[in-house]
Design a protein around this ligand. Structure first.
Ligand code: NAD
Length: 268
């Protein structure tokens, strides 16, 4: 069992009915946090996540909301206030892909990805900061007024042909995170990001489902395995906890070394 690094913390994890968000919600609960498990459309899966947490003695509720809409964020923050009495940690995780070659990409698919992956994280973070301020600092709870974890990607730095909407959104998340961190650190609000590499989830099944695809993908991962959602979740627990209290404005890559220009292993 993970050390109770998040005892007494109240956390909101967006897009938590599957993949990385689900793993983070479960790991947070294991670490002692109460969790709002946000989902957009997969109600059964989200309720299952909450139920699994409850069965293990944790506190969790599933809440439906579309994070790309201000009304969705209002619903979410209203629920966490009502059900858990406030918020200490936001994990802005919800995201999606709508891939296409550059000239084939529709404006709709461009907008959709920016709306969810960038604007959705902005809206949730903005509301979280407002709530942190209203709540005020409780040093018994944490030395921080509040903590925000954005979910970026190695593609905040690695260009990605055929995915310009996704790479643009994640590049945006990087500077959104860093600018917020710079602006808010003096208020003891810690803003950081986790940036997964290739993690086995529904968002990228094409990249790991077949043996051929796996082999191709592994060439990009020096550590020699595709990541699991739990790899990201364990790092997120630490980054959300007071163990990382002096970590501000950092992107933590969880990528098996994908950022290390793996092609240069062959000498460049
Ligand atoms: P996933 O598809 O399992 O999870 C994404 C979740 O976001 C889903 O549950 C989906 O329903 C939810 N979602 C989508 N739009 C939403 C909206 N408008 N409102 C609320 N929820 C919404 O995939 P995942 O891999 O777990 O992705 C989680 C995050 O990790 C994403 O931000 C993704 O970009 C990022 N990421 C994933 C990988 C990877 O290799 N899997 C790599 C880098 C970054």
């Amino acid at each position: 069992m993970t050390k109770q690094l998040l005892a007494g913390q109240r956390a909101l994890v967006t897009g938590a009915s599957s993949g990385i968000g689900r793993a983070i919600a479960c790991a947070f609960a294991e670490a002692g946090a109460s969790v709002v498990v946000n989902y957009r459309s997969s109600r059964e899966e989200a309720e299952q996540v909450a139920c699994d947490i409850q069965q293990r003695g944790g506190k969790a509720i599933a809440v439906q909301a579309d994070v790309s809409e201000p009304e969705g964020c209002d619903t979410l923050f209203g629920a966490i206030e009502r059900e858990l009495g406030g918020i200490d940690v936001l994990v802005a995780n919800a995201g999606l892909q709508r891939d296409a070659a550059f000239t084939e990409m529709s404006l709709g698919d461009w907008r959709k990805v920016i709306d969810v992956n960038l604007t959705g994280q902005f809206l949730c973070a903005q509301e979280a900061v407002r709530r942190f301020r209203q709540q005020g600092l409780d040093s018994q709870r944490s030395p921080a007024l509040g903590k925000i974890l954005f979910t970026s990607s190695v593609h905040q730095a690695i260009p990605w042909a055929g995915h310009v909407n996704y790479a643009a959104a994640k590049g945006g998340v990087k500077l959104l995170m860093e600018s917020m961190a710079q602006e808010l650190a003096e208020e003891k609000i810690r803003v950081n990001a986790i940036a997964p590499g290739a993690i086995k989830t529904a968002i990228n099944t094409d990249a790991w489902e077949s043996e051929e695809a796996q082999e191709k993908l592994l060439k990009l991962i020096p550590y020699g395995r595709i990541g699991e959602p739990e790899d990201v979740a364990k790092a997120a627990v630490w980054l959300a906890s007071d163990e990382s209290d002096y970590v501000v404005g950092t992107t933590l890559f969880i990528d098996g070394g994908m950022m290390l220009y793996p092609a240069f292993r062959e000498g460049g």
